[in-house]
Design a binder for this molecule. Sequence first.
Ligand code: ADP
Ligand code: F6P
Length: 488
Amino acid sequence: MTPAQQHTDAHTATFVVVANRLPVDRVENDDGSVDWQPSPGGLVTAFEPVMHSRHGAWVGWHGAPDEDLDPFENDGLRLVPITISAQEIADYYEGFSNATLWPLFHDAIVRPEFRREWWDAYVTVNQRFADETAKIAAPHAVVWVQDYQLQLVPQMLREKRPDLRIGFFLHIPFPPTELYNQLPWRNQILQGLLGADLVGFQLPGGAQNFVRLVRQRLHLETRRDRIHHPDGRQVLARSYPIAIDAKAFHELSATPEAADRAAEIRRDLGDPNFIFLGVDRLDYTKGLLERIQAFGELIAEGEISPENAVLVQLAIPSRERVDQYRQLRDDIDRMVGRINGDVGRIGRPPIVYLHTSYPRQEMAALYRAADIMVVTPLRDGMNLVAKEFVACRQSDQGALVLSEFAGAAQELRQAYLVNPHDIDGLKERLVEAMKDTPRAKGRRMRLMRRYVVEHDIDHWASTFLNDLDEVGAEAQEREMASSGESPA
Ligand code: ADP
Ligand code: F6P
């Protein structure tokens, strides 16, 4: 990908999304040439179609250190790159975002670290995102800020541009008050978020945690999902479970090419009766070790035969300079090696583990080929992989084994729900998903397919943006009433 360079005019963008990452990463090859690759993670998967249909500008980091780039157009999207220095990557991104907030907001699965210099970098970089956004947003534009890396941006942006309509969406869980209160900068983050008119969460529980904290810590008056801000605004806190472009995924997996590729994958795996599939960013929240251990034990105990079943596990490299991620990678390598060494036969390893990123077409073919999708996070805001698998089904066959601790479990109730901490329970669910009758599987999958198609990403974005419009219109009415003007 070679995006054409192009300057973005000041104050012209009427719809702006602000996210830590742009949808493409700038990667420098060994020979000095530059490539652009799709960025990892669910946020980009979800937002690309939203941006394409709404012609917005996307403010974000391009993944490389110390690189000043002009705004440019790529694949029909207007991209506004933010420069982040190598030191800021260490402190703001790897540090505060991914070694403080990420573990704290995911039930402290690993211990969050609280370092003052990381916080300082978080403030500096959030201010930069706010400043750059303030420069490009048109008067009264809609600005939609994304995720935990940018929780101070709504307030910083409002200070510079009170005319903007500001929404915020948190893609990860918002933690219970007992955990959140560990954060030394707990009040600043709440105030940062309250700069938005509408603060969106994946699940109702997250929105309720936030409202409770605002009441307890900032002593603001709240009524259900409404917060009365001291500056006279009403801030809404609601849940909007994020979705995927279900039609696009389905169409991609329905092509003759995807059918051929799916058949080829099955052949290459030795024509097993059951392909179990795992697809994740390599992250300690995803329950990869629990899943691999459960599958390995089933093979070792003879409950599953490597002659007729295989687990294909894709893990996209992620945050590789953060200690816990390095450790996890080593642990997985060791566990897979041990299981394959102990029970594998020539040409029949029970686990096929691939530590790399794949193009969307290949993912669609894999989802199509899979018989049992295994999604076992210990905690996950939503988990789009579960929805992608359902969208890529060509019939009502196939089974989804899904952790109770993924946001998706609140919607995909017909999945084989499981507690991934309970390895025996997980093993039972895997066997059940394998042995259940086609009729039983069909009943479950039919309902999930309908749900995923009806609640797609366009429905999600429209619901959020309509609510943002409403809260903005209410604010305008209040302003007019207080200044004695009548509404237009
Ligand atoms: P998260 O946002 O935590 O990464 P999600 O499950 O919500 O988790 O989203 C992950 C996204 O990354 C999905 O769209 C999935 O298709 C994609 N993905 C995961 N693993 C790979 C891989 N190995 N290659 C390409 N894309 C991947
Ligand atoms: O919400 C999931 C998320 O953390 C996104 O914010 C992020 O872009 C994605 O996963 C991938 O993580 P990273 O940007 O740290 O590679």
